[in-house]
Design a protein around this ligand. Structure first.
Ligand code: XMP
Length: 525
């Protein structure tokens, strides 16, 4: 295991992904975790991430006391990146100072020591890297050597090979450091001697074993299927582990897309052979959402209603099978966990609670069901790989993500106002169908329409209209954590816009959202 101690860098999750892409399992926990939390995981390598802090600030986060001694005594390799490097230097007796010149962005560095972190590179070799720091190393701790320097003369890489401590002032994990991946690869395999043996198949076996051990032989489990990739893969996996003691429920909360209930139920039965009960809860959800405009309140209400439905589904099941279900399966992913539960002390800006994803943040404290979250260590693309191994059909695996609160976060304001939901469904269907017809669906991470709570003046059939504005959003992304807007051809947009205004009553204006994440988020609420 390669353990990442997170000190709040926006790139921390990227380090985790990069290392997994080298077939090495990596996990990320808070940088201020206790020594026991670290040693319990028994890592061979610990990477200290970057972060927005200065080691000089009195409340700057640091690793647990005893960490250095434990790493040395157990032959654990430690690599500090950016702030992580500065922490190592400061905690081991060196000096970090506010740099005379700050280094942000593209920089060239030059190797000063051969046979070190850069393997076969020779003294004087140069490479471009991505820097982002104000403080710099002024004096190294005893036993450390400079391996590379920036063109401004600042320390760019250090090592103490006998102590197995290393540090990079720049970010090898970002693509703007073109040789960064090679440096990470060399460090893990050649310096630390790690074996590349982590495969999705291992994870599948491990998860199945964990579920078998957790769920007792008489226990029953319920799972809410949304028709999306995550819950479908999670249910298929749990079904593989415990068979028909898994009972799935699909909830029509009135916030689904066009004909979604019919389409999804048909595919579950035909392709997945999973036992699924469909619950019609349209009135229950919409009556609770009436008049609610605050996005966070909407999410909380929806999360609460879902749980109450699972409780009553469990109750009905008890009457049927004579036993209360004990567990609830959720398709929670790693980014949901990172975004909803900021690691204590990380000070992360992006991992402060940006949105309470209902499957993490909104669960009531007194919930009777225990949770099974077999995907909570995975990123979306990894879930798709896992689904492929489980023979989940492409129709599920390639579906664009759809948020748990559904169209409630795409109708801005009160979702029950007028016929907003119905209008949105029709607009969304035209947009998505046009994307499919143009062969673009698989090139886009997520596409959808948004219903805006404003009206604008238009002219349709020689008549003045005062109708709604809808927005179209399509983004590309690797994992939903960052995203860029998708650049459609003008002709495509023109066709879609005409089609919407000509066929959806109540809409006379179509706009396109051309913002990336950050600064926006993918959803509008
Ligand atoms: P944001 O809008 O936070 O979305 O940039 C990132 C990804 O997460 C999805 N999303 C949600 N998924 N419950 C979910 O299950 C939620 O409350 C939720 N909010 C956003 C969003 O569709 C995108 O894929």
């Amino acid at each position: 295991l390669v353990l990442i101690l997170d000190f709040g860098s926006q790139y921390t999750h990227l380090i985790t992904r990069r290392i997994r892409s080298l077939s090495v399992f990596s996990l990320c926990i808070s940088g201020t975790s206790s020594l026991k939390a670290i040693t319990d995981l028994n890592p061979q390598v610990v990477i200290l991430s970057g972060g927005p802090h200065s080691v000089h600030a009195c409340d700057s986060p640091s690793f647990a006391s005893g960490f250095v001694e434990w790493a040395e005594a157990n032959g654990v390799y430690v690599l500090g990146i950016c702030y992580g490097l500065q922490l190592i230097v400061q905690r081991l007796g060196g000096v970090v100072e506010v740099g005379e010149k700050q280094e942000y962005g593209r920089m060239e560095i030059e190797v000063e020591k051969a046979n070190g972190l850069y393997g076969t590179k020779r003294v004087g070799d140069r490479q471009v890297v991505w820097m982002s720091h104000g403080d710099e190393v002024a004096k190294l701790p005893q036993g450390f050597e400079v391996v590379a320097r920036s063109q401004q003369g600042a320390v760019a890489a250090v090592e103490n090979h006998s102590k197995r401590f290393y540090g990079l002032q720049y970010h090898p994990e970002v693509t703007h450091s073109p040789e960064g991946m090679e440096t990470l690869r060399y460090f893990l395999f050649d310096v630390c001697g790690i074996t590349a043996n982590w495969k999705m198949e291992n994870l599948l076996d491990e998860e199945i074993n964990i579920i078998k051990e957790t769920v007792g032989p008489d226990d029953h489990v319920i799972c809410a299927l949304s028709g999306g990739v995550d819950s479908t893969v999670a249910a298929t996996l749990v079904h593989k582990a415990i068979g028909d003691r898994l009972h799935c429920v699909f909830v029509d909360n009135g916030l689904l897309r066009y004909k979604e209930r019919e389409r999804v139920m048909e595919t579950f039965e035909r392709d997945l052979h999973l036992p699924v009960t469909c619950v019609d809860a349209v009135d229950q959800f919409l009556s609770k959402l009436k008049g609610v405009t605050d996005p966070e309140v909407k999410r909380k209400i929806i999360g609460k209603e879902f749980i109450s439905i699972f409780d009553s589904f469990g109750h009905d099941l008890e009457l049927k099978i004579g036993k209360k279900p004990s567990y609830l399966v959720q398709g929670t992913l790693y980014p949901d966990v990172i975004e909803s539960c900021p690691p204590p002390g990380s000070g992360k800006t992006h991992s402060h609670t940006i949105k309470s994803h209902h499957n993490v943040g909104g669960l009531p404290k007194d919930m009777k069901l225990k949770l099974i979250e077999p995907l909570k260590l995975l990123f979306k693309d990894e879930v798709r790989q896992l689904g492929k191994i489980l023979n989940v059909p492409n129709a599920f695996l390639k579906r664009h993500p759809f948020p748990g609160p559904g169209l409630a976060v795409r109708v801005l304001g009160d979702v029950t106002e007028g016929n907003a939901l119905e209008v949105l469904r029709q607009v969304d269907e035209i947009f998505i169908q046009s994307i499919k017809d143009a062969g673009l669906y698989d090139s886009i991470w997520q596409a959808f329409a948004v219903f805006l709570p404003i009206k604008s003046v238009g002219v349709q059939g020689d008549q003045r209209t005062h109708s709604h504005v809808v927005a179209l959003r399509a983004v590309t992304s690797q994992d939903g954590m960052t995203a860029d807007w998708f650049n459609f051809e003008h002709q495509f947009l023109d066709n879609v816009s005409r089609k919407i205004c000509n066929s959806v009553r109540g809409v006379n204006r179509v706009v396109q959202d051309i913002t990336s994440k950050p600064p926006s988020t993918i959803e509008w609420e």
